[in-house]
Design a protein around this ligand. Structure first.
Ligand code: NAD
Length: 728
C-alpha cells in the first residue's frame, strides 16, 4: 500500500503525499485511511517534526471516497459501518487536535492541507480537519461535498465541521445541493483559507507550518464560548433557518430522498450538542442512510454503473474510433444542439441544411449559448471563437468529405431521411458511419436506404441536447460493431452517458415514457382529480407529472405519435381512451406549453399557472377517488413493466443501461436507482402482487411479465441475477 508517502525535510516539515498509483484521480480506500493514520502517528511522535503538509502527487487532490468501498461496507451491516465511520472520525479528530494538550490547547503540530486541484467528498473532509486549507489557483478545480448527488451525505465529519465553520444557512447549498466551487469562489465562501499561485503552493504551505502559533491550531468549536455562526436551532435566527430549511428540503425532495432528511437531522441534532457527540450523531445518521436501499440503488446507478457505461462497459472490442470530423445534417433544434456539443468537445463540424440561412441559424444557436456562457463567466471570448471556428455551416454536401461520422437530424420523414442518406453516402468515404437521430422510426427500416447498412446506426439525443446527459445508441439489425464503437467513442468525446439498445418501436426511453404520459391522461378520462395524478407522480419522485410532461413535449407531438402507433398496431392498439382526451385537447388548440394552453393554464408570458379548470367540463371529477398509492402504482408500473418487457424482448441487454437510461433520460424517480432498482427494492413477489391487483381493476396492460413472475417464484432480484456475469 503506497497511496500515501512520507518525507521529512531538513527544516522539520513532514510532507504526506497522496498518490494512488493505479488511478488518475486519488480516491480513498479503507487501507489507505489506515496508512494515513499511521503516518500521522509517525509525524506526531517524531520530535524532529515541526508540522505536516498534506498534499497530492497528482494535479488534483482527491475525487472522494471509493464508492465501491462504500458499496462493500454495507455487507458488514450497520454496526460495522458505524464502527468504521467512528474510526474515521477518530483519525480526523487526531489530525485536528494534532497532539495538543487537551486542557491548555498548546503543543500541537500544525497540519496544513495543500490542494493542487479538485478536492471532493472525503478529499475535502480531510482538509476540513486540518488547521489550514491552502488551494492552488487552478480555475478548473472543483472543491466541495457532492455526496448528496448519489444519495448519501458527507459522513466523515464534513457535515458537522462545515456547519460549525460557516453556520447552517451558509453551509446549506454545499451540503444539501452538493454545490462545488472553484478555488477563488471557495475562498470567498469560506471553504478554503487561502488561494495561491500553483507554483507557490508547497512553499506557502511550509511557510505557514513554520510560522503557525498554538492559537492557529485551535478550531473555533474547540475554543471556549464557541457559538455557531447564524445561531443554533434555539437561537431566534437559527430557529428561522432550521424551520425554513426543513420546509425547503421537503418541498424540493418530496420526502423521497432519505439522505436529505438524514442530513438535516444530523445538522439539527448535532447543533444542540458538543462537537464529539455531534460526530457520533452524524455517524448514526450516515449509517442509517447507507443501510437504506435507496442509497445503494442511487450509488449503483448514478455513480458506479453510469461511470462503467461511460468507460465503455458494452463497447465492442474494436480499435479506437475517436471522431475527428463530424457531419450534422439538418440544422434545426436537434442538429444545432448536436453541432454545439460536438464543437465544444473539440470536434470539427460540418453543419448542413437545405438552405444556407437555415444552416447559419443552426450555427447561431451555438453563438447564443456561448454568449450566455460568457455572461456567466464560464466561457472566455477566445473559447467562443475557437468553438465557432470549428462549425462550418453550409448547404454543400461536398464539404462532408473526410467526415468519419454523420449525424442526421432532418425532418421525421422516412422519405426525406432516405434522400439525405443517399446524398451523404455519395459524398463520404466507405468507412464513414451514418447515424440517424430519429426518435420514432425503426433504424432497420431507415437502413434500407443505405448501401452500407453495417455502418448505419441510431444515435438518439434528447432535447435540449446541451443539457440532457443521456444518448441512446440503437443497433439496427445489420449494424456492425465498428459503428457501435464509433457511436460510443463519440458519446464519450462529448462527455455524455450512452446506453446501447436494440431496434424496436420507440427504442427504450420513449417506449417507457409514453405509457407514463398515457396512464396520466387515462386517469383524467376516468374522472380522477388531475391534481391527484400530478401530485402522486411528484410524491413518488418523478420530476414532472404526466400532464405537465405532455404539455412540455406538446400535445400535437402526442397526437402524431398516437396516430402513427395506431396505424402500425391496428386492432391491437390499446390507447383509444387516451387518444379521445389528447385529440379533444388538440381540437381546442390546447397544444401545450408552446401554445400557452394545455392541461395546464399559462399566463401571457408562458408561466404555468395551475391545472386548466376547463378540463372538468369534458372530464368531470368523479365522486369517488382512488387512493394515492393506487395512482402511484399505476404511474410507476406503466413505465417499469415496459422496461421489463424491453429486457425480456432483448431491446435492453443490460439492466444497468435500463436504470441509468431511465434516470438520465426521463428522470425516473432517481431515489429508486431506476426501474429495475425499484423492482429490486420492493421485491419481485410484491411487484407481481401489485400487477395482479392492477389487472383486476385496470385490465391486462398491467399483466406481470413472465420474467417477473419467475423471479417472484424463485425469490431472485434483477441485480442478483445479473451479478453473475456483470458487476452491479
Ligand atoms: P427541426 O424541424 O427543428 O429541424 C429539422 C431541420 O432539418 C430543419 O432545419 C430543416 O430545414 C432541415 N432539413 C429538412 N430536410 C432537409 C434536407 N433534405 N437536407 C438538409 N436539411 C434538411 O426538427 P428537430 O426537432 O431538430 O428534429 C430532427 C430530428 O431529430 C427528427 O428526426 C426528430 O424525430 C429527431 N428528434 C427530435 C427530438 C426533439 O425533441 N425535437 C428529440 C430526439 C430526436
Amino acid at each position: 500500500m503506497t497511496d500515501f508517502t512520507y518525507a521529512l525535510d531538513a527544516d522539520g516539515v513532514a510532507t504526506i503525499t497522496w498518490d494512488v498509483k493505479a488511478k488518475s484521480m486519488n480516491v480513498m480506500s479503507t487501507e489507505a485511511f489506515a496508512l494515513l493514520d499511521s503516518l500521522i502517528d509517525r509525524a506526531l511522535a517524531d520530535a524532529a517534526v515541526k508540522g505536516v503538509i498534506l498534499t497530492s502527487g497528482k494535479k488534483d487532490f482527491a475525487g472522494g471516497m471509493d464508492l465501491n468501498v462504500i458499496a462493500r461496507m454495507r455487507a458488514g451491516g450497520a454496526q460495522a459501518i458505524f464502527d468504521g465511520v467512528m474510526q474515521m472520525h477518530h483519525v480526523l479528530r487526531k489530525i485536528e487536535r494534532a497532539g495538543m494538550d487537551p486542557k491548555t490547547k498548546k503543543g500541537g503540530k500544525p497540519i496544513v492541507a495543500a490542494l493542487p486541484g479538485t478536492a471532493l467528498g472525503i478529499g475535502y473532509e480531510l482538509p476540513l480537519s486540518c488547521h489550514r486549507i491552502i488551494a492552488a489557483d487552478n480555475p478548473k478545480a472543483k472543491i466541495g461535498l457532492p455526496e448528496i448527488m448519489v444519495g448519501i451525505f458527507p459522513g466523515a465529519g464534513g457535515t458537522t465541521r462545515l456547519v460549525r465553520k460557516m453556520g447552517a444557512m451558509m453551509a446549506a447549498p454545499f451540503l444539501l445541493e452538493g454545490k462545488l466551487s472553484d478555488p477563488k469562489s471557495a475562498k470567498a465562501a469560506g471553504l478554503v483559507d487561502e488561494v495561491v499561485a500553483p507554483e507557490d503552493l508547497l512553499s506557502r504551505a511550509k511557510e505557514w507550518v513554520l510560522s503557525a502559533k498554538d492559537a492557529d491550531l485551535v478550531k473555533p468549536w474547540d475554543d471556549k464560548g464557541y457559538k455557531m455562526p447564524g445561531g443554533a436551532p434555539y437561537h431566534p435566527a437559527g430557529f428561522m433557518t432550521f424551520v425554513g430549511a426543513n420546509a425547503m428540503v421537503m418541498g424540493k425532495t418530496m420526502g423521497v430522498y432519505p439522505a436529505a432528511r438524514a442530513l438535516l437531522a444530523a445538522v439539527y441534532e448535532g447543533a444542540l450538542v458538543p462537537f464529539d457527540t455531534a460526530l457520533k450523531i452524524e455517524a448514526r445518521h450516515f449509517t442509517s442512510v447507507l443501510m437504506n436501499p435507496s442509497s445503494t440503488a442511487m450509488i449503483r446507478s448514478l455513480f458506479i454503473n453510469k461511470e462503467a457505461l461511460e468507460k465503455g462497459a458494452n463497447r465492442p472490442k474494436v480499435d479506437d474510433q475517436t471522431v475527428r470530423k463530424l457531419g450534422v445534417i439538418g440544422a434545426g433544434m436537434m442538429g444545432a444542439g448536436i453541432a454545439y456539443v460536438s464543437a465544444n468537445a473539440g470536434i470539427e463540424v460540418v453543419l448542413i441544411d437545405a438552405a444556407q440561412e437555415a444552416a447559419d441559424k443552426g450555427k447561431a444557436y451555438s453563438e447564443g449559448l456561448l454568449d450566455k456562457g460568457i455572461q456567466r463567466r464560464k466561457v472566455t471570448p477566445e473559447k467562443k471563437a475557437e468553438v465557432l471556428a470549428r462549425i462550418h455551416a453550409t448547404t454543400d454536401y461536398a464539404a462532408l468529405q473526410g467526415c468519419d461520422l454523420i449525424v442526421e437530424a432532418v425532418f421525421e420523414d422516412p422519405k426525406v431521411k432516405a434522400e439525405v442518406t443517399a446524398r451523404v453516402e455519395a459524398a463520404v468515404g466507405e468507412g464513414c458511419v451514418f447515424a440517424t437521430n430519429t426518435s420514432t422510426l425503426p433504424i432497420s427500416g431507415l437502413a434500407k436506404a443505405s448501401s452500407r447498412p453495417a455502418n448505419f446506426i441510431g444515435i438518439h439525443f434528447f432535447s435540449p441536447v446541451d443539457k440532457m446527459m443521456l444518448v441512446e445508441i440503437i443497433r439496427g439489425k445489420e449494424t456492425g460493431d465498428v459503428a457501435v464503437a464509433k457511436a460510443l467513442d463519440y458519446v464519450r468525446q462529448i462527455r455524455k452517458t450512452p446506453i446501447v439498445v436494440n431496434d424496436a418501436r420507440f427504442f427504450y426511453a420513449n417506449r417507457c415514457i409514453i405509457p407514463y404520459i398515457n396512464e396520466g391522461i387515462r386517469m383524467v378520462a376516468e374522472g380522477v382529480e388531475p391534481a391527484l395524478v400530478e401530485n402522486a407522480a411528484k410524491l413518488v419522485g418523478m420530476p414532472l407529472g404526466p400532464l405537465q410532461l405532455v404539455d412540455e413535449t406538446s400535445i400535437d407531438l402526442g397526437v402524431k405519435i398516437a396516430k402513427a402507433t395506431r396505424a402500425a398496431m391496428g386492432d391491437a392498439y390499446p390507447d383509444g381512451a387516451v387518444d379521445a382526451v389528447l385529440f379533444r385537447m388538440a381540437d381546442q388548440g390546447r397544444m401545450g406549453k408552446k401554445a400557452n394552453a394545455g392541461f395546464y393554464a399559462y399566463d401571457a408570458s408562458g408561466k404555468r399557472e395551475g391545472l386548466w379548470e376547463g378540463l372538468a367540463t369534458d372530464y368531470p371529477v368523479a365522486d369517488s377517488q382512488p387512493d394515492l398509492t393506487t395512482v402511484q402504482h399505476r404511474l410507476l408500473m406503466a413505465q417499469v413493466l415496459e422496461a421489463v418487457r424491453a429486457l425480456e424482448e432483448g431491446v435492453l441487454t443490460d439492466i444497468r443501461e435500463g436504470d441509468v437510461g431511465a434516470i438520465l433520460g426521463w428522470g425516473f424517480a432517481p431515489w429508486s436507482g431506476g426501474p429495475f432498482g425499484w423492482l429490486d427494492i420492493i421485491g419481485a413477489a410484491r411487484a407481481v402482487e401489485i400487477c395482479d391487483s392492477l389487472v383486476a381493476t385496470q385490465g391486462p396492460r398491467f399483466a406481470a411479465p413472465a420474467l417477473l413472475r419467475d423471479m417472484a417464484a424463485q425469490g431472485t432480484s434483477f441485480y442478483g441475477r445479473a451479478s453473475g456475469e456483470k458487476a452491479a
